[in-house]
Design a protein around this ligand. Structure first.
Ligand code: GRF
Length: 200
């Protein structure tokens, strides 16, 4: 059987997307395995999820690095030490720099809770409600140096209901996030995103 591709997942919080990736990777026929979970927040619950799944964890606090680039260089070193080939940002509340992107030849995915290019940045669900859109959703994209930009890999839409609050919309979007992220990772490690990779 072909060996599974080692993936590093970067988190800052609860890690429900991490959990979906862990669950997918646990399936024998899934072509990726999570080699390490890295958090910038020592108390992130996702670290517990990784430990429960027997996956190594690393905390690299975001202070006191002199620059984003210096921080990313430290992250790259940890990921490389675990043999990582693809990186998944999963609620990682940091803007990554070319230091990380170039280290992995652009093989960095992110998930964002909106139908990009609408509503990049923070509070995507609040932005959707404020604009009165009737469809919201989630996007997996390759990461570039911009904010929630980069080639789109997968999207799923959900309805916005009249009674929605930020929390109910967030929950509905998370459900589809948990489906599209593992599927996008599957495509990524199978080499299907090669035409989208700007850096190689
Ligand atoms: C998700 O909504 C994801 O789209 C965004 O951050 C949130 C992370 O949630 N990038 P979780 O930590 O995976 O539960």
């Amino acid at each position: 059987m072909t060996p599974k591709t080692p993936v590093g997942v970067l988190i800052s919080g609860s890690g429900t997307n991490l959990q979906a990736l862990l669950d997918a990777c646990a399936r024998p026929d899934f072509p990726a395995r999570i080699a390490v979970v890295l958090s910038n927040v020592p108390t992130a619950y996702g670290l517990q999820r990784a430990q429960d799944a027997g996956v190594p964890t690393v905390v690299v606090p975001h202070r006191p690095w002199p620059s984003r680039e210096a921080y990313d260089a430290a992250v790259v070193e940890k990921l490389r030490a675990h043999g990582v080939e693809w990186v998944c940002l999963a609620g990682f509340m940091r803007i990554v720099t070319p230091v990380l992107l170039e280290a992995f030849g652009g093989r960095v995915l992110n998930i964002h809770p909106s139908l990009l290019p609408s509503f990049p940045g923070l509070h995507a669900q609040r932005q959707a409600l404020q604009h009165g859109v009737k469809l919201a959703g989630a996007t997996v994209h390759l990461v570039d140096a911009g904010m929630d930009s980069g080639p789109i890999v997968a999207q799923a839409a959900v309805p916005v209901l009249a009674a929605d609050t930020e929390d109910t919309l967030k929950a509905r979007i998370l459900e589809v996030e948990h489906t599209i992220y593992p599927e996008a990772l599957r495509q990524a490690v199978r080499g299907e995103l090669a035409p989208l990779l700007a850096v190689d």
